[in-house]
Design a protein around this ligand. Structure first.
Ligand code: ADP
Ligand code: MG
Length: 243
């Protein structure tokens, strides 16, 4: 089970007059297998919240639970979370196969044969099976992003955290990858938290939309609810709701 509970989470950077409240008392329950999209202007705390859920950043107050476990008490190996970022940071000197198998080698007890089998089948699913011996520099941006996704998926995580994973791609590729991510998420049933500032992604990809501003939750609802029944002026303006 990978339901996620975000409970009164606040993150403050710095102290005194210089301090920034990046995440301001956010609470949210996410169901096992749900796809939740987070939107908000630059600096609204989206990435900080993702990093807290991933256990990469320690919150000032509050708790995050994944399943029955409190995130800060889990070791990285037990967290079972895969992250995909905007700059997907493939290892440039490793082949696609090595990029995809590296995490499994580091964090599981799987045999080399089992790892090779998972990497091969995931690569085929992601349509990069023919590229396993190539280096990232030899691939197009779209292919690299597929490798980054494949690398995340091959670990068979309980939770996907994706932080603007498509923003470096051109519009056509973005549309294609949008569909791909939704298909994969559906097939795998992985609980997914997805950050974007793209209107189309916000309106089409998730079961629920979370709108943030200055670290505060503005609205949580289905994309259509948020769009047609915005709870405040900020949400209406940000989503471009009809007035
Ligand atoms: P978003 O992803 O929505 O653009 P971020 O979570 O990156 O927002 O940032 C939220 C706020 O926290 C911003 O004001 C940002 O400057 C600040 N912030 C983020 N990370 C740090 C950090 N490591 N140190 C200080 N301030 C930070
Ligand atoms: Mg960000």
């Amino acid at each position: 089970m990978a339901s996620i509970t975000i409970d009164d989470v606040t993150k403050e950077f710095g102290e005194g007059a210089e301090s920034v409240v990046a995440v301001d008392d956010v609470s949210l329950d996410i169901a096992d297998g749900e796809f939740v999209v987070f939107v908000g202007p630059s600096g609204s705390g989206k990435s900080t919240l993702m990093r807290i859920v991933a256990g990469l950043e320690t919150q000032t107050e509050g708790d995050v639970e994944i399943g029955d476990a409190i995130v800060n008490q889990l070791g990285p190996r037990a967290r079972d979370i895969a992250m995909v970022f905007q700059n997907y940071a493939l290892y440039p000197n490793m082949t696609v196969e090595e990029n995809m198998s590296f995490g499994l080698k580091m964090s599981t007890d799987m045999s080399d044969d089992a790892i090779e089998e998972s990497v091969t089948s995931t690569a085929e699913m992601m349509d990069i099976g023919a590229l396993l011996d190539n280096k990232p520099g030899e691939l197009s941006g779209g292919q690299q992003q597929r490798v980054a996704l494949g690398r995340a998926i091959v670990r068979d995580p309980n939770v996907f955290l994706m932080d603007e994973p498509l923003s470096n791609l051109d519009a056509k590729l973005r549309a294609e990858m949008r569909t791909e991510i939704n298909r994969l998420q559906n097939d795998l049933g992985v609980t997914t938290l997805y950050v974007t500032h793209d209107q189309t992604e916000a309106m089409t990809m998730g079961d629920r939309l979370v709108v943030l501003n200055y670290g505060e939750l503005q609205q949580v609802g289905t994309p259509l609810e948020c769009f047609y029944r915005p709870e405040n002026q900020f949400v209406a303006g940000f989503l471009g709701s009809p007035s």
